[in-house]
Design a protein around this ligand. Structure first.
Ligand code: SAH
Ligand code: SF4
Ligand code: F3S
Length: 374
């Protein structure tokens, strides 16, 4: 029996697919080479932008024929899209050949659901559940081992669906993380450990007693062995001097800092609920450059946020010019149902969003060429 997993979205999802693979292998399935030869196909989905969701609908729809040929094929759709009740229901009614629809909190139930579906039922489960630390992972990212340090997000940036599909911030116990890292290091197969969270700088604020992200990093670096530690993603509002000092002083910490700015304009940053200003953001960048001269700094930007004027967009260009990032991701704003920004007046046309994203990408390419960065 073979499985095939299709993963969309961020590193969190990539890592969660490793958990899904672990569950399936424990059940006796083997990793298949393609969808065609699989007995079970899992789509681990992303809801961050409309384009990501459309790709899932297209790919799930395309399985209709395969399911007709092979009645025993099990099709599972899980991840961030299916954590939205409306989307979960839509998937089940539009694609009646889908067998299981699971939300992000319910991966733990996958085995139980596969057994149930073998008795011929279509199943949906999207409500809140618990994260099960005992589930096995099948690590698939070569020399890098992902380690999740927290779930969810409390920030509610007005454009973003993540807090709705991943719930509130919940940090793992420090000892559980350290034990996982010790095990990974002892295996001697991995050169790098990447800590994952939507906003890693808020790690530990919800723990009793509190543990800071800097402390966690120091405790991980104290583990004996030859490895590098990276992390993503940092939110500028929580990037403390203490954390910059820790990154600068610990040789095991990778000097890559992904610090999404989203916009270079203060009015738009406020509308986005990002809780920092352009000036504050630039002051953090300056500190990083001063204390970690070899830092590789990257960012995300959204263009065409509701009401963004040409002048305000140009302030994003000027921020990129000022920081001279090593690389950036530029996204066209995509309205997500249920978020504050999706109902704001002054939505920007696709044409303008395309023009702005192209300008931003062109600027980044020019900077990379000038600075000779790859
Ligand atoms: N937690 C991370 C980001 C997760 S989403 C952080 O706060 O930085 C990754 C990126 O997708 C975001 O940085 C943002 O640039 C982009 N993004 C999120 N919602 C979006 C939307 N509705 N439309 C376009 N881009 C979006
Ligand atoms: Fe989304 Fe903002 Fe949370 Fe990042 S910090 S996941 S952009 S709400
Ligand atoms: Fe997408 Fe969910 Fe990650 S919405 S970006 S897969 S947290």
């Amino acid at each position: 029996m073979k499985y095939f997993i299709v993963t969309y979205g961020c590193q969190m999802n990539v890592h969660e697919s490793e958990k899904i693979a672990g569950i399936l292998e424990k059940m006796g399935y083997e990793c298949g080479e393609s969808r065609e030869e699989a007995d079970i196909i899992v789509f681990n989905t992303c809801a961050i932008r409309e384009g990501a969701e459309d790709r899932v609908f297209g790919n799930v729809g395309a399985l209709k024929k395969q399911k007709k040929r092979n009645k025993d094929l099990i099709i599972v759709v899980c991840g961030c899209m299916t954590q939205k009740e409306k989307t979960a229901k839509y998937l089940l009614t539009t694609f009646p050949f889908v067998d299981i629809v699971l939300g992000t909190f319910n991966i733990t139930k996958l085995e139980e659901y596969i057994h149930k579906v073998k008795n011929g039922r279509q199943l949906e489960l999207w409500a809140e559940g618990n994260i099960d630390e005992t589930l096995p992972y099948k690590r698939t990212s070569g020399e890098n081992a992902w380690v999740n340090i927290m779930q969810g997000c409390n920030n509610f940036c007005t454009y973003c669906i993540v807090p709705y599909v991943r719930g509130r911030e919940k940090s793992r116990q420090e000892e559980a993380i350290l034990n996982e890292v010790r095990k990974i290091v002892a295996e001697k197969k991995y050169k790098k450990i990447t800590l994952l969270g939507q906003n890693v700088n808020s790690y530990g604020k919800d723990l009793e007693p509190q543990v800071s992200f800097s402390q966690l990093l120091k405790d991980i670096c104290a583990i004996e062995g030859d490895f590098e530690v990276g992390f993503m993603t940092s939110h500028p509002k929580d990037l403390t001097d203490d954390l910059i000092d820790t990154i600068a002083s610990q040789p095991k910490i990778e000097k890559n800092i992904h610090l999404p700015a989203q916009s270079g304009d203060n009015r738009i940053l406020k509308l986005m609920n990002r809780k920092y200003t352009r000036e504050h953001y630039l002051s953090i960048i300056k500190k990083i450059k001063d204390k970690i001269p070899n830092a590789r700094i990257t960012s995300d930007f959204i263009v065409g946020f509701p009401t963004e004027t040409e002048e305000e967009f140009e302030r994003t260009l000027s921020l990129v010019n000022e920081v001279r990032y090593d690389s950036i991701f530029a996204f066209m704003y995509s309205p997500r149902e249920g978020t504050v920004a999706s109902t704001m007046e002054g939505q920007i046309s696709d044409k303008v969003k395309h023009e702005r994203v192209n300008k931003l990408i062109a600027l980044e390419k020019k900077i990379q060429k000038e600075d000779n960065k790859s």
